[in-house]
Design a protein around this ligand. Structure first.
Ligand SMILES: [Zn+2]
Ligand SMILES: [Zn+2]
Length: 176
């Protein structure tokens, strides 16, 4: 996902709209160990040359395949991510260290390669805890059945006489 910015670079104040589409092999398989890109990625970007840096704003749209952390089923998540990054020609500006501190990304020559930026933004948009649906019931901890599909009878409290006595004692104390 490389863009030639030779023209833009030479004209302070200039803007450029681009649309990239595809499934870069570098992204397709391993956005994250648990996520797989399943649709071509659509990237819409607006690049503007402020005179000192190139500001890039836009959106990423993609579908990823994830495994639900509760029921372990695979499901597809639509990602719609907004992107806002700043690039600077290598060697220009106050220096690499300052730029790094402000999150300004260096590029060399006339080409900006967006692959890493796109991957990082997709990664940041992935949920910490993937859920196929907000109220996924998950798997029964006793029999392992998917509780979204079946109702099992494991949930009934198993009576342990010793615990029952303890329970009564606790109740008594609470009443006091
Ligand atoms: Zn689930
Ligand atoms: Zn069960």
């Amino acid at each position: 996902m490389k863009v030639n910015v030779a023209q833009l670079k030479r004209n302070p104040g200039a803007q450029m709209d681009i649309r990239l589409e595809g499934s870069p092999p570098s992204l397709k398989k391993d956005i994250a160990p648990e996520a797989t890109l399943t649709s071509p990625l659509t990237v819409r970007l607006n690049l503007s040359n402020t005179g000192t840096v190139i500001v890039v704003k836009g959106t990423l749209q993609a579908q990823v395949l994830l495994n639900c952390s509760r029921c372990l089923r695979e499901f597809t998540l639509n990602l719609n991510v907004s992107l806002d990054e700043t690039f600077r020609q290598e060697g220009a500006g106050a220096g690499m260290e300052m730029d790094e501190e402000y999150g300004i990304i260096p590029f060399s020559g006339d080409i900006i390669d967006f692959t890493t930026v796109i991957r990082d933004n997709l990664l940041a948009a992935l949920p910490m805890k993937a859920l196929c649906q907000e109220n996924c019931r998950g798997l029964c901890p006793y029999c392992g059945q998917d509780l979204n599909e079946t109702v099992c009878h494991c949930r009934k409290p198993v009576g342990d006489p010793r615990l029952a006595v303890l329970g009564k004692l606790l109740e008594k104390n609470r009443d006091k």
